[in-house]
Design a protein around this ligand. Structure first.
Ligand code: SF4
Ligand code: ZN
Length: 99
């Protein structure tokens, strides 16, 4: 699977975990704010100038997110990052190895 596609899947899951717990959305559903964030994050990945060579967004020297979205995505990562292990252990382990 391509790196961009894999990152999209991870971000989907992280935002879902966050929205379900923090915004009390139903399983597999997102509130409008999180839907907007997800679409935004996908667009960033689609237009990432590093393409398949990209590193983690959190380590990116450019960080192409606009300010408010950057704050939101950081919050999501902080919350959902540690919880990912319960949902997708294999995916997380791959992430750690790549890091
Ligand atoms: S933050 Fe950096 S790595 Fe992430 S999508 Fe934007 S340019 Fe690409
Ligand atoms: Zn939400």
């Amino acid at each position: 699977m391509s790196r961009i596609k894999r990152e999209k899947e991870t971000i989907d899951l992280m935002i879902k975990i966050y929205c379900n717990k923090k915004h009390k959305s139903k399983k597999n559903e997102l509130c409008n704010e999180c839907k907007e964030l997800l679409e935004y994050a996908h667009k960033r990945l689609d237009f990432c100038k590093f393409g398949e060579e990209k590193k983690f967004c959190s380590k990116c020297p450019i960080h192409c997110y606009k300010k408010d979205m950057k704050i939101k995505i950081k919050e999501v990562m902080k919350f959902s990052g540690p919880r990912l292990l319960f949902y997708r252990p294999v995916q997380v382990i791959k992430h750690i190895i790549e890091k």
